[in-house]
Write a protein that binds this ligand. Structure first.
Ligand code: UD1
Length: 358
């Protein structure tokens, strides 16, 4: 079997790591990097730490408007797929890279397999929601991380080619997320349980002066320091919206540039809580039984909320502060994201559908 896998953004590197490893044991994989994330700290560091083979092809697309970025990827990916003629194109998650790869492959009649299929926020103002709905509807094989995702697809009439394989991010977290944390904590001047970890990059927050301002004001008054690993888009907007002064005045907030995967998980495991609008990090908090406060009004990872490990607060200062003071670790922690061997399950699904050994 010949597979072209397409990645481009930070969370996709985390997901591709165990899948590439499992695939390459028996099959031919051509790994394509769209170039959506290109800074060393947003891309290369992840490849190095997670043992991902160097991309066979890098399209170098970079940043741009949604249309410009997606269009350039579509054109370049079509050429790659025609040249490589794979049995299947593997796409991950919900970014513009996912949409471009899914659409280009489907239009060429090449089967699309979607890792992390079936996730829904039911909020169509999120670019990711548009991407994931469209990709699911052109996918031939829908690899779902949770039973909620399977149910979402069924509600849209998609039942053929749907497989529940668990969450590949758990595979990665088990393999690379348990490194000793002492050095990392020392580097940031933190002690275990003595701080909150924060990340903010969702368009609804990072592109809104009001939401970013409310988040800064909330972090500023919390009872522990907040280590905030700031995404480049958020950094840029903090300056553009004139919020830099407010951030600098908040002595409680420790802003730092994007942190590597291994360091992020070390910081997460030792945090008193996570404040985030990331999808992946809500799950990673659950993997390590760290309570999470989500700076959004809805989530795709509904299990974390239902089980009491995650609280949705939006970008509302009073709600953020109240949720932090109510942080607790619930008694129940079932394995809702699978057994940590999802990549093998996923590759078996690909083999059953697209043929045996290459
Ligand atoms: C993208 C995904 C989002 C995912 C996130 C993970 C889409 C629509 N969004 O959002 O689903 O959760 O990746 O981080 O695909 N930038 C840099 N250096 C980089 C990359 C980006 O400085 O290496 C800056 C640029 O100013 C760029 C901005 O960040 O314009 C946004 O980058 P982009 O890739 O468009 O979206 P993300 O916000 O990263």
């Amino acid at each position: 079997m010949k597979v072209v896998s397409v990645v481009g953004a930070r969370p996709q590197f985390v997901k591709a790591s165990p899948v590439s490893r499992a695939l390459r044991e028996r099959h031919t994989e051509v790994l394509v990097h769209s170039g959506q994330h290109y800074d060393r700290g947003m891309s290369d560091v992840f490849f190095e730490q997670l043992g991902i083979p160097e991309a066979d092809i890098n399209l170098g697309v970079g940043s741009g408007s949604h249309a410009a970025q997606t269009a350039e990827m579509l054109v370049k990916l079509e050429t790659v797929f025609l040249d490589e003629s794979p049995d299947v194109v593997l796409v991950y998650g919900d970014t513009n890279t996912t949409l471009a790869a899914g659409l280009a492959a489907a239009k060429l009649g090449i089967p699309v397999a979607h890792v992390e299929a079936g996730l829904r926020s039911f909020n169509r103002s999120m670019p990711e929601e548009i991407n994931r709905v469209l990709v699911d509807h052109v996918s031939d094989l829908l690899l779902c991380p949770t039973s909620a995702a399977v149910a979402n697809l069924a509600a849209e009439g998609i039942t053929a080619g749907v497989e529940l394989v668990g969450d590949v991010m758990l595979d990665t977290a088990n393999r690379f997320g348990m490194e000793p944390a002492d050095e990392t904590l020392a580097r940031f001047g933190l002690s275990s349980d003595g701080y909150y970890l924060a990340t903010v990059h969702r368009a609804s927050n990072s592109d809104s002066a009001e939401n970013l301002g409310a988040i800064i004001d909330a972090f500023a008054v919390l009872d522990r320091p907040v280590l905030w690993a700031i995404h480049p888009r958020t950094t840029k907007n903090i300056d553009e919206f004139g919020l830099r002064g407010r951030l600098d005045e908040a002595v409680n907030i420790k802003p730092v540039p994007p942190v590597s995967y291994i360091e992020t998980l070390a910081l997460l495991r030792n945090a008193a809580g996570l404040l985030t609008d990331s999808g992946g990090m809500q799950k990673e908090a659950y993997f390590f039984a760290v309570p999470c406060i989500t700076l959004r009004v809805e989530t795709e990872w509904v299990e974390t909320v239902e089980l009491g490990w995650n609280t949705l607060v939006g970008a509302d200062k009073a709600r953020i502060v109240a949720a932090v003071s109510a942080l607790a670790r619930p008694g129940q922690h079932p394995p809702v994201y699978g057994d940590g061997h999802s990549a093998e399950a996923l590759v078996s699904c690909l083999e059953r559908r697209y043929g045996g050994l290459a």
